[in-house]
Design a binder for this molecule. Structure first.
Ligand code: GLA
Length: 737
């Protein structure tokens, strides 16, 4: 059993395969955090706390005269607010008398079979093959009738512990929730670094690490989405931890809106790590009887560095977050019209692109932006989800039919959450857009954001999407979202509740996506927000793949996809071969390398096929054959990062299938040098006792040898040249034949 509770019901130990998490209720009723890390027994670790009187650390009344007891230094699950813990709080409540205090004491616990759900938000779910366990601990606020339910979910085999929390106001008066994070983790000992994914539009998810000292290390978003700038997932690792060694603790928030993630040492060296909804622009009113749910956070521990941690996240997200028809089904190889033609599209061009694509074996044509309303550039049309039949030379049904006749499937781009001021929708419903009366709005891409917290807005969008998608044979939808949110103002909420809008927006998006999926369960949804501006665990609940970045330069993509892989499975990454010189960077990279990089994801094309050479067309066919051949290996296999960006003069990564009978190693030369030194690469994950032949040199070695000795390339790679090397299991003894 993954959840162990002591006989007196005061000590809780959660076990996963390799790790343990322990907390206890102390004599004051405070829930103390005792341990998270490598596996331990059932022993009570309360002795790890050494109490001593510390100046300027106050004592709660329950501790009486005992001045060695202070909430200001104890390691806690739910740090109090306003009553004597001067470190970062987790839940901040403003009561009806104006006081701001939150201080929780233990009430009871229960163990539930299976995983828990978070109302209105995504969460890890059970499958037939595997269910989680849940511990629910109830806490009560000391001086008010506010109850806090803490959810701890355990997926033992994957080394995953989740947390979520629900705050219920059972008192008579309304209270204001000014902050409610999902998780607080206090590490009593150790020196840590925070690893996080930072970036910007078209340069997302670069891995950075910062030592955690007494100055707070914090990342977050107040853009309304999880954002390009920071991803809502962080790692706290011991100093010196790396890809294959060291303790690391991941915290991945299942949320797509404003978030914060921080770590800071306290005066005595305890490290407090927190993650949850950003308290900036957050103010939630809880009337008597109302509750607030904080999103789930997925914690994972690895005693063997980032590589193992990432694999644990890949497994759990692939199996227990991604849903639907395409969870394990091969996704179609597509061609997208965006970088092929941008807004300069019409039926004739699209059909030409489709017929070229069909000839090469591409399986789906995706019609990107520009097919609807008055949309010749990005200044108008959003919201008017009606086919521009003049441009499309008739209905979408007609266009789709012609594409299907070529043996191709058909996909369509939408940006449902947005509205152009130059649109019929805006002219009819200006109050549906976020803008503050009496204030000129800030425009992003010359568009405004719809108030997704409104049901009428969501009903309209679902009706438009439904009408379009039912009118034609459409197998795929790209769901885009192309600006950061500001100027929030709700016409339907009272002024006192305006601080709820950012969160209500996110809940609205989830609601619409859920209704959409119920209505169109067979449609493959690809998420997008100017590429990877909303690449988070929560979106994977709705879309099993997300366009990883608007940057299609394969050399930049090496870093972007590398960073993305810290948490997110390769099967969720949208990646396409585009034209050279690349539209974002001007760089030219061989067609083969563009294919090799894009293949480590959901493969497709994003270029004008009529403009590529015959030789490149042949390569398209080869790439499609390879994509199909390696699909399971890449999408279902275990992923290994063999290099980090700029660590070597090349980048290398590898996939090993579940049976450990095949592996695929890809290398790209990123910094070719004169008088080159031979390249030697690591190999990982092969079964030590099995034998494998290497497609590069025909050598057969046992897995142990390959894993430990690696491989020296038998030729020099030129700048941006790439190579894909396969390892295939052979009968034992074959090397002696
Ligand atoms: C965003 C997307 C692109 C493309 C354009 C269309 O930038 O990330 O892939 O769909 O919008 O306007």
């Amino acid at each position: 059993m993954a959840i162990r509770v002591s006989e007196d019901g005061k000590l809780f130990t959660l076990h996963t395969k390799d790790g343990s998490y322990q907390m206890c209720v102390d004599p004051c009723g405070v829930l103390l955090h005792l341990y998270y890390g490598k596996k331990i027994g059932e022993d009570n670790l309360h002795d790890l706390i050494y109490r001593t009187e510390i100046g300027f650390c106050g004592t709660p009344s329950e501790a009486g005269e005992d001045r060695t007891y202070s909430l200001d230094y104890l390691p806690q699950e739910i740090p109090s607010s306003g009553v004597g813990d001067y470190r970062e709080d987790m839940i901040r409540i403003r009561h009806s008398d104006g006081s701001c205090a939150a201080d929780f004491r233990f009430e009871g616990y229960e163990i539930q079979n299976g995983s828990y759900k978070v109302p209105g938000m995504p969460a890890l779910y059970d499958t037939e093959a595997e269910t989680g366990d849940t511990l629910v601990i109830t806490m009560k606020e000391r001086a008010s009738d506010i109850y806090l339910r803490l959810y701890y979910g355990i997926f033992e085999g994957q080394n995953i512990i989740t947390r979520a929390a629900r705050l219920e106001n059972q008192g008579q008066d309304a209270v204001i929730l000014e902050k409610m994070l999902s998780c607080n983790l206090d590490f009593m000992f150790g020196n840590y670094e925070m690893v996080y994914l930072a970036g910007r539009h078209a340069m997302e998810r670069f891995v950075e690490r910062t030592p955690v000292g007494r100055a707070k290390v914090e990342i977050g978003s107040i853009r309304g989405t999880s954002s390009h700038q920071y991803n809502p997932a962080v790692i706290l690792c011991e100093q010196g931890a790396g890809e294959e060694r060291g303790s690391c603790f991941g915290a991945c928030l299942v949320y797509s809106g404003n978030f914060t993630a921080s770590a800071q040492k306290d005066q005595r060296g305890l490290t407090r790590m927190q993650i949850g909804i950003n308290p900036v622009q957050f103010r939630f009113v809880l009337e008597s009887g109302e509750a607030f749910d904080a999103p789930q956070v997925i914690l994972s521990y690895s005693d063997q560095g980032f590589g193992k941690l990432s694999n644990q996240y890949h497994e759990i997200l692939k199996e227990h977050m991604c849903r639907g028809e395409f969870k394990h089904r091969r996704r179609p190889i597509l061609i997208n019209s965006w970088e092929a033609a941008y807004f300069d599209i019409n039926a004739e061009k699209i059909l030409k692109l489709a017929s070229e694509a069909a000839r090469q074996g591409i399986e789906m044509l995706v019609l990107d932006d520009g097919w609807f309303g008055k949309r010749d550039d990005d200044n108008s049309g959003l919201g008017d989800w009606f086919t521009n039949e003049k441009k499309m030379n008739g209905t979408l049904a007609h266009l789709s039919k012609q594409i299907h006749q070529m043996g191709m499937q058909f996909g369509l781009w939408f940006e449902p959450e947005m509205i152009s001021e130059d649109s019929d929708l805006y002219r009819t419903h200006p109050e549906w857009a976020f803008r503050i009366p009496g204030r000129e709005p800030n425009r992003g891409r010359n568009q405004l954001v719809l108030d997704m917290s409104r049901e009428d807005v969501r009903d309209y969008l679902l009706e438009r999407l439904t009408e379009i998608l039912e009118s034609a044979e459409i197998e795929y939808v790209k769901w885009d979202m192309n600006r950061s949110i500001c100027d929030v103002f709700g016409h339907t909420l009272p002024a006192s509740r305006s601080g709820e809008l950012y969160h209500r927006y996110v809940l609205g998006v989830y609601d619409l996506l859920e209704r959409f999926l119920k209505r169109f369960p067979k449609i493959l949804l690809e998420g997008c927000s100017g590429g990877g501006g909303r690449f988070d665990a929560a979106m994977l609940y709705y879309s099993p793949q997300i366009w990883c970045s608007d940057n299609t330069d394969s050399v930049n993509r090496l870093s972007i996809q590398y960073g993305t892989s810290f948490f997110y499975p390769i099967s969720t990454v949208g990646s396409h071969v585009s034209a050279c010189p690349n539209h974002q960077t001007g760089r030219s990279v061989p067609f083969q390398t563009r294919g090799a990089v894009a293949m480590s994801g959901n493969f497709g094309y994003e270029l004008d096929l009529s403009k590529i050479s015959d030789n490149e067309k042949e390569q398209v066919k080869e790439q499609i054959t390879l994509t199909k051949k390696y699909y399971d290996l890449i999408h279902e296999g275990t992923y290994y990062r063999l290099t980090a960006p700029k660590e070597e003069e090349y980048m290398a990564w590898e996939f090993v299938d579940k049976e450990k009978s095949h592996a695929l190693l890809t290398m790209v030369m990123t910094d070719a040098q004169g008088n080159p030194i031979p390249v030697h690469t690591k190999i990982r994950g092969l079964a030590p006792e099995k034998h494998y032949s290497c497609s590069l040199n025909g050598q057969v070695h046992c897995g142990m040898t390959w894993n430990n000795a690696g491989l020296t390339l038998n030729r020099i790679l030129e700048e941006y040249e790439s190579i894909m090397i396969e390892f295939s299991e052979v009968e034992k003894g074959k090397e002696y034949e």
